[in-house]
Each structure stands twice: as structure tokens, then as C-alpha cells.
Design a protein around this ligand. Structure first.
Ligand SMILES: *Cc1c(COP(=O)(O)O)cnc(C)c1O
Length: 357
């Protein structure tokens, strides 16, 4: 499953928090944006967004980019030379969902650490750092993902994040954070984003996930890091022109859509509570803390494809990960009543399959 049909519109789309459409308020803010040439540093709205995110992440400076993927790839391009190695969770987005960009572009390879919830400990990271040897890859980056998407939206404790950054620096490595859902982590933990990114050389947030923007991500870091990142932004075609129209959506989202992420988390917990155990389904993680959860169907009498087809008849979409695994992601375009409706339909399908088995 890669591309869906362009025409199907879903009444309740829980496939991803990227499914959001800009609200009327966001569109109005975009339309009213003051703009200039971003490449020349003349777009006031983009500059304002970058300054705001840099401040929120406690970083020197920031860069507006078209996507989170480009944030990760530029970070690796800045931090790594060919032959370097990046320590990362085996289920990280950068490892499995970015077209092997680190190797294709930066010439770096990954050292994956197996971890079901996407979080690894300092001792595991220490064990993954290689002793300097002419025949070995050079350990260069520790890369963390906050929240851990395929780990079930799990939140790295801020103390672990800080220890990880200290370990990286003590070992001559850089610390990078894929913060696609860092805003969710901040809201769920009650600790502001800067508490998560403290000590990191680079970190970014996605505007097009839970924050509800159509496009965009902001990469932040030290002054030196951002200066180097600008070269890669140009080389990769990520330098823009009147990007203020898009940046205005980001500023609007930071004003209006940040605190409300708590509603998405409550809705995900509600969904988990309603469906866990129905027809043999098992929710992962056992305790849902942000907006992502997975359904383990191995104990059910129906596979993911069958469930997806039955839900589609009701205009409901969940993510199909494998025949025995589905993903549910809540977001601002799906309200509590719709989440209840989706859960009720899923329970009906699962119980029907269990009865037939
Ligand atoms: C979505 C996502 C990305 C990539 O972001 P895009 O804006 O879609 O390129 C990277 N990391 C994680 C954890 C994500 O969920």
C-alpha cells in the first residue's frame, strides 16, 4: 500500500495526523501574510516563524523547510561524512521511511538499536558507539525520535534525552532529534519543547502533523549548524520564495493548535479503551500517551485488509501496516464523536469476525 485513490474522501480519517486540512482561520492567516523572497532572507513571516521555533526549542537559529524528511536529511548531511554511522532506533522513521536518505545522500549508515517502543537507554547507546578503529565506521550521530512514531507515540523522558545528548558529546558525536511530534511530547509530558531539546545540536518540528498545517517543518540548531544547513537547503532545492504564506500557517498553528493536542491524546486513549480486547484485538502500547496507537490483530478472525474494506464502507480509514497490524492516529480534524463512531464500527467488525470464526 503506497498511494491511495485521489478521489476517495473519508468521513473519518485516522490514517495519520497528516490528513488535516487548513481551517478557515488558518487560511485567513495565510492569505494575510506579509511576504518577500525567502532565499534572500527577505520574507518577514518566514523569519518570524524561524525565530519563534528557535526560541521554543531553545536553539540559536532555525530554518524553514518543505518537509520533516528534508530536516532529517539536511541534519545528517551537516553532521556526517561518508562512512559515518548514525545510532538510531530500529523502528525509527529515518531508518525505514525516508528512502535510505542517510546512505543515499550523506553516505552514512545506520546502527539500529532494537526497541519496541522506539526508546533506547543510555547504556544501549553507549554499547552501540564504536571504538575508533581504522576498519570501523565512525560513530557520528545519536538520533532520537520524539515522540516515537512506530513505538506507539511513546514519549522519551526528558532526563533520558538529556543523558543521551551528554553521552553523544562526551563521545565526540552529535545529538539529533527528529521532533516530528515533539509538540505532542511537550503537551503530554507537560515539559516545554526546550526541555526536550536541551543539549541537542539539531532538532525539528513538523508543522504538517498534529499542528494541522498543509506543508512545512522547521529545523533548529546551533548557529554554526544552521549556517551549514543553509547550503544544503539550497543544494536540495529547499530554498523558497514567498514562503511566508506557508509560514503564516505555522505561526497560526503555534498560537491555536498546540495546547489542543491534549484533545487528540484523550481521543486516542478513548479509542484504545473502546476497542482493546474486542474480538481478540490487542492495543499497543498498553498505555496510550499521545495520538498514536497500534492494533495487533494476530488474535482476531480477520486480517487488516478485511477490516479496512469493511470500515471503508462507512467512510472510515485506519492505517494498514501489515495483515495483523493497523495504526490509528488522532488529529484535529477528527472529533470525539467521530472517534467513538470509528471505535464502535471497528468493535462491530471485530466481534462479527470473532463470532464467524
Ligand atoms: C512524518 C514523519 C517524518 C517526516 O516528515 P514529513 O514532513 O512527512 O517529511 C519524520 N519523522 C517522523 C517520526 C515522522 O512521523
Amino acid at each position: 500500500m503506497t498511494q491511495g485513490t485521489a478521489t476517495k474522501s473519508w468521513a473519518i480519517d485516522l490514517v495519520s495526523d497528516t490528513s488535516t486540512r487548513p481551517s478557515a482561520g488558518m487560511l485567513a492567516a495565510m492569505g494575510a501574510a506579509e511576504v518577500g523572497d525567502e532565499q534572500r532572507g527577505e520574507d518577514p513571516t518566514t523569519l518570524a516563524l524561524c525565530a519563534r521555533v528557535a526560541q521554543m526549542l531553545g536553539m540559536d537559529d532555525a530554518l524553514f523547510l518543505p518537509s520533516g524528511t528534508m530536516c532529517n536529511q539536511i541534519a545528517y548531511l551537516v553532521h556526517c561524512r561518508p562512512g559515518d554511522e548514525i545510532i538510531v532506533a530500529a523502528n525509527a522513521h529515518v531508518f525505514g521511511s525516508e528512502g535510505a536518505g542517510a546512505s543515499a545522500l550523506a553516505g552514512a549508515q545506520f546502527r539500529p538499536v532494537a526497541t519496541p517502543d522506539g526508546i533506547f537507554g543510555v547504556e544501549e547507546a553507549r554499547a552501540a558507539i564504536r571504538a575508533p578503529r581504522h576498519r570501523s565506521p565512525r560513530s557520528r550521530v545519536i538520533s532520537v525520535e520524539q515522540t516515537a512514531n512506530r513505538g506507539g507515540g511513546s514519549v522519551w523522558p526528558t532526563a533520558t534525552l538529556a543523558e543521551m545528548a551528554r553521552l553523544a558529546h562526551a563521545s565526540g558525536l552529535a545529538a539529533h532529534m527528529d521532533g516530528a511530534r515533539l509538540p505532542n511530547a511537550a503537551v503530554a509530558s507537560g515539559a516545554p519543547m526546550a526541555d526536550h531539546t536541551r543539549g541537542y545540536d539539531s532538532a525539528w518540528i513538523d508543522l504538517s502533523k498534529g499542528l494541522g498545517c498543509p506543508v512545512g517543518a522547521v529545523l533548529a540548531g546551533t548557529k554554526e549548524f544552521i549556517e551549514e544547513a543553509w547550503y544544503w537547503k539550497h543544494r536540495l532545492g529547499g530554498a523558497m520564495r514567498q514562503s511566508g504564506y506557508l509560514a503564516a500557517a505555522g505561526l497560526y498553528a503555534l498560537d491555536h493548535n498546540l495546547e489542543r493536542l491534549a484533545e487528540d491524546h484523550a481521543n486516542a486513549r478513548l479509542f484504545a479503551r473502546k476497542v482493546d480486547g474486542a474480538g481478540g484485538v490487542k492495543v499497543f502500547p498498553a498505555e496510550v500517551t499521545t495520538n498514536i496507537l497500534f492494533l495487533d490483530l494476530s488474535g482476531c478472525g480477520i486480517e487488516a485488509g478485511g477490516i479496512a474494506a469493511a470500515l471503508a464502507e462507512q467512510g472510515i480509514r485506519l492505517g494498514v501496516e501489515s495483515p495483523t497490524r493497523m495504526r490509528v492516529v488522532t488529529h484535529l480534524d477528527v472529533g470525539t464523536a467521530q472517534v467513538e463512531e470509528a471505535a464502535a464500527q471497528l468493535v462491530r467488525i471485530l466481534e462479527q469476525a470473532a463470532r464467524a470464526a
